[in-house]
Design a protein around this ligand. Structure first.
Ligand code: NDP
Length: 292
């Protein structure tokens, strides 16, 4: 069994990004990322901090807009529009989830699709579905695909089962892996909470990707011997033995599934570190496009 080291692969991608930033800077371009956070959700604050920290470490121009929880829809859209117009900013991300009074879809649609590095704007979703090379692809699915490529796992012709059909992970990942070309060409099944005989569907998979948000849901009897398992889930569960009283687990019951696998990602240290690395990658790609 090979443990796919997401931290090491993310570090390699970040090193490539650092070199790409240096090259762009020699041409007078500094890729600019703006992250907008509304409210004080601690998990969102932590994500925004680490995006900002990584961006700065790689030499990007990084700005954080932390807005109060009672920010109106109009005020938030006004911030997005000012970033759309800012020539120093090539990438805009509004941290999800916003407070309930905000219409997230409308905010995403206010982002200039050419700066939408999260790939959530309908223009980019459509481009991904069409197979356009210039689509911004959501960072977590892009990170999953890159983990497979970097680990030498062939997707061409493989049977892939993606567990979960969200627009953030499951659906874009299914589009990506079924697209033509390297890292794609797979035969992809999307499974979800209405799937009949879910365990049997999962057992069909050469590559099983779990993105459902259910702690340790995927058990050994759902996994074929020799399968590759990518665990996207991040779930905090009680753990009386830890000083914090809780720990992070994935959507896969790692201890029982890992011995059956050809390769598997751990949680934490698998897909998680890839998401931010791919955000930096998308930001640099955007800056390159704006430069021509
Ligand atoms: P969503 O809640 O948006 O979607 C969950 C999907 O899983 C839905 O399609 C749902 O089906 C399906 N599902 C839920 N329960 C079951 C079940 N018992 N059996 C079959 N299918 C089920 O979650 P996200 O896609 O946003 O996130 C999924 C997981 O990935 C979470 O743990 C999240 O924390 C993690 N995540 C990790 C990231 C990272 O950086 N590593 C980034 C983003 C997410 P239905 O549509 O029928 O309701």
């Amino acid at each position: 069994m090979h443990l796919i080291d997401g931290k090491a692969i993310a570090a390699k991608i970040n090193a490539e990004s650092r070199a790409a930033v240096a090259e762009l800077q020699s041409r007078g371009i500094t890729p600019g990322l703006a992250v907008v956070l509304v409210g004080q959700d601690p998990a969102s604050q932590a994500y925004v901090r680490s995006k900002d920290k990584t961006a700065k470490e790689l030499g990007l121009h990084s700005v954080k807009h932390e807005l109060p929880a009672d920010t109106t829809q109009e005020a938030l859209v006004a911030v997005v529009e000012s970033l759309n117009a800012d020539p120093l900013i090539h990438a805009i991300l509004v941290q999800s989830p916003p407070p309930p009074h905000i219409d997230e879809r409308a905010v995403v649609e206010a982002i200039d699709p050419r700066k939408d590095v999260d790939g959530f704007h309908p223009m980019n979703v459509g481009k991904l579905a069409l197979g356009d090379a210039d689509a911004f692809v959501p960072c977590t699915p892009l990170g999953c695909q890159r983990l497979l490529i970097e680990s030498g796992i062939e997707t061409r012709g493989a049977r892939v089962v993606v567990l979960g059909r969200s627009m953030i992970v499951g659906k874009p990942l299914a589009l990506l892996l079924s697209a033509k070309g390297p890292g794609g060409d797979a035969t992809v099944t999307i499974a979800h909470s209405r799937t009949r005989d879910l365990a049997a569907v999962c057992r069909e998979a050469d590559i099983l990707i779990a993105a459902i948000g259910q702690p340790e849901f995927v058990k050994a009897d759902m996994v074929r011997e020799g399968a590759v398992v990518i665990d996207v889930g991040i779930n905090r569960v009680a753990d009386p033995s830890s000083p914090k009283g809780s720990k992070l687990v994935g959507d896969v019951a790692f201890a029982e599934v890992a011995p059956k696998c050809r390769a598997i990602t751990p949680v934490p240290g698998g897909v998680g570190p890839m998401t931010i690395a791919m955000l930096m990658h998308n930001t640099i790609a955007s800056a390159r496009r704006w430069a021509v």
